[in-house]
Design a protein around this ligand. Structure first.
Ligand SMILES: CC(C)(COP(=O)(O)OP(=O)(O)OC[C@H]1O[C@@H](n2cnc3c(N)ncnc32)[C@H](O)[C@@H]1OP(=O)(O)O)[C@@H](O)C(=O)NCCC(=O)NCCS
Length: 156
């Protein structure tokens, strides 16, 4: 699948809500919550948008990533790639888009929480240089699980 990485807009909210539903079920962000965040000045979202051979978007959004920024630190809130599109480099492309944007805008670090059992996500984050900064006990519900807190500090 050929994709481009671009900033998300409110027009993507419906597609992102479907992705959320597929990837996070009961914990999914709703379309309303996504629309609200997409309009906030300190949130940034990037999508992977499928394109055809002419480079035109097909309307299929196989993945997205999002963060909010406080005091030059980006807090990653969402990383999701639809099941059939996983393992093709889209998660890596999305994270790269977020890192490139962060460096360009003088963000000094990125942080996130991830389920300790989420091996694909942990491997992805570690490959970007994210390091564990501790564990939040029982951070997640349904099922209850610890969260690994990870940080990536950019060289200044
Ligand atoms: C985590 C997730 C975003 C990865 O997206 P993806 O597009 O499949 O990832 P990529 O194809 O770009 O792979 C990048 C790296 O991630 C790791 N990875 C991806 N899938 C993996 C798997 N099944 N097992 C182990 N490592 C995996 C590898 O390090 C891989 O690098 P490599 O191909 O050089 O080995 C995707 O699995 C997903 O959406 N999962 C459900 C939602 C979720 O858990 N989000 C994270 C919440 S914190």
């Amino acid at each position: 699948m050929k994709v481009i990485y671009r900033p998300a807009t409110v027009r993507d909210a419906e597609a992102l809500a479907l992705l959320e539903q597929e990837c996070f079920g009961a914990h999914a962000w709703s379309e309303d919550a996504l629309t609200e965040s997409l309009l906030k000045y300190n949130y940034r979202f990037f999508v992977a948008a499928e394109v055809d051979d002419d480079g035109e978007e097909t309307g299929n959004i196989p993945g997205y990533v999002g963060m909010y920024i406080v005091a030059a630190e980006g807090n990653i809130t969402n990383v999701a790639v639809t099941g059939p599109a996983r393992g093709q480099g889209i998660g890596r492309g999305l994270l790269q888009a977020l890192c490139d944007y962060s460096k360009k805008t003088d963000c000094i670090a990125l942080t996130l929480e991830v389920r300790v059992s989420n091996t694909p996500a942990l491997k992805l984050y570690r490959s970007f240089g994210f390091e564990s900064a501790g564990v939040r006990k029982n951070f997640y519900e349904d099922p209850v699980e610890d969260a690994e807190i990870m940080w990536l500090h950019f060289a200044v």
